[in-house]
Design a protein around this ligand. Sequence first.
Ligand code: HEM
Length: 465
Amino acid sequence: MNGSANVVTISPTLFASFRALRRLVRNPMEAWPEAVYREKLVVTYMFGRKTLFVTDPDMVQQVLVDDPDSFVKAEPMRRALEPALGQAILTAEGARWRMQRRVAAPVFRPGNVAGFVPAMILAARAMREQWAALPDGAKVDVPHEMMAVTFDIILETMLSGRGDIDAASVDRNMRDFLESTSWAVALSALGAPLWTPFPGKRRSERAHRYLRQMVAGRVDERRRTGERRDDLLSLMLDAKDPDTGEGLSDSSIRDNILTFVAAGHETTALALTWTFYLLSRHPDIEQRVLNEIAHVTRGAMVEAEHLPLLAYTRQVVMESMRVYPPVAMVVRQPTREMVIGGVTATPATNVFIPIYAIHHHKLLWEKPELFDPDRFAAESVKERHRWSYLPFSAGPRICIGMGFALIEAVAILGTLLPAVRLEAAPGFIPTPKLRVTMRPKEGMVMAKKARVSGPAAPHMEAFCA
Ligand code: HEM
C-alpha cells in the first residue's frame, strides 16, 4: 500500500482473489478497503479495473455536481438494474434521461408533494391501528411493515391506488431481484458477458417478469379506458418531447412507473426501519421526539399542517440516514479522461462514491459512530461541507423524490411513535448489507410495547397545559 496527502493506492492483489469475489457478492461493503473511512481518495484495482473510492467532498462535487456530463452512471449498476427497470429515469443518460426527468418533475414540486400528505397520513394511521391492536410484546417485522405502508403510499400517489396489486408479492419479488444485483456488479467487475449464469439468476428473472407485468396491467388499463387522473401515470401518458413532439412509448412508461414504485418505497421504508432501531437504542432521543410531537400537535394525531413544525423529528430522520444511508453508494464512470484529486480516471475506471463511508469518515465527522440528531440543527449544518452528507446523492441526478421522502418519513414516524414503542432485542447489532439499497442483513424484528396512554401520554401534559 502506498500513498500521500490523503490519496492511497492499494495493491492490485487485494481484489484479485476468489475470496474477494465471494466477499463482493455477499456484501460489497465488506470488500471496501478500510482506508475509505480515513483517506480522501483511495485508488485500487478490482479484478484488473482501476477503481477510485472518492470520499473528499470537493472531489464528490467535481464528479456529481460540477461536471456531470463527464461522469455517467457506471456499467455495473446499469447491468444490475436495467433487466428490471429498462432505460427509465434512474438508468438512462443524456437526452433520454433529460426528457424523462422533465416529464416527472412537476409531480415532485413542493406544492404538488403537499397534496400527497393526506395519503401519507392515512396510510400511517391504518398501520397505527394495526399495531395498536397487537398484544404487548408482539414481534414486529419492521422492514416488512415499513415496506407495506410506503408501498401503499407510492401506489396511491403515483398510480391513484393499489388496485389488485399485492404488496407481499411485490416485496418478495423486489427482494429476489435485488439479491441478484450484487452478482451483476461482480460479474461486470470480472468483464463476464451478460449471459453468464449465476446462482439465483432464474429467480431474479422471474421476479422482474412479475414486477414488469404488475405495472403493465395498470398502464394498459389506463390507455384502454382513456381515464385521466392527477398522478404520475397520467402525466407520463400525456407527455410530449418538446423537441420531437413524440410521446413516451408504453414500454418507457412501464419502465418509469416500475422505477418510481421501486425507488420510491423501499428506500423510505429502510430509512424508517433504521430510525426505529436507533430510537430503541436511544430512549433519551426518542423522548425528545415524543415531546416535540406532543408539543406541536397538543396531544392530538399528526396532521399535514404539523409536519413543517416537527423540526427535531426531521433531524432524527436525517441523522438516521447519515448513520445508515438507505442508498450506501453511487457509482459513476468518466466519459473522457479526467483527473480527480491528482489521479487520472479514464472511461474504463470505476468511480465509487461510497456514501456510507463518507457519512462515517473520520475527517468529516466528529465521533462518526455516535447517533446525534443535533448534527442537523441549522447552525451545525452551516459549518459542514455541503457534500459531506449525501443520502440523496447530489447534482442533476439527485433523487427526484427527496422532498417527498422526507415529508413521508416524518409523517409516518410522527403518527406511529406516540402510539407504539418498538424495542430491539437486547444485544442485537444489525449488520448493514448492500443490495443497491442497504438493509439489515439479519432483518429487523422488534418487540411492540404500548405507550402508557396513546397519543396523550403523560409526558405530553407539560406541553398541552
Ligand atoms: C429515504 C428515501 C430515499 C433515498 C435515501 C433515496 C436515494 C436516492 C439516491 C441516492 C439516488 C441517486 C442514485 C444514483 O445517482 O445512482 C436516487 C435517485 C432517484 N430516486 Fe430516490 N431516494 C429516496 C426516495 C425516493 C422516492 C420517495 C422517490 C419517488 C417517489 C424516489 C425516486 C428516485 C428516482 C426516480 C431517482 C432517479 C433520478 C434521476 O436519475 O434523475 N426516491 N434516490
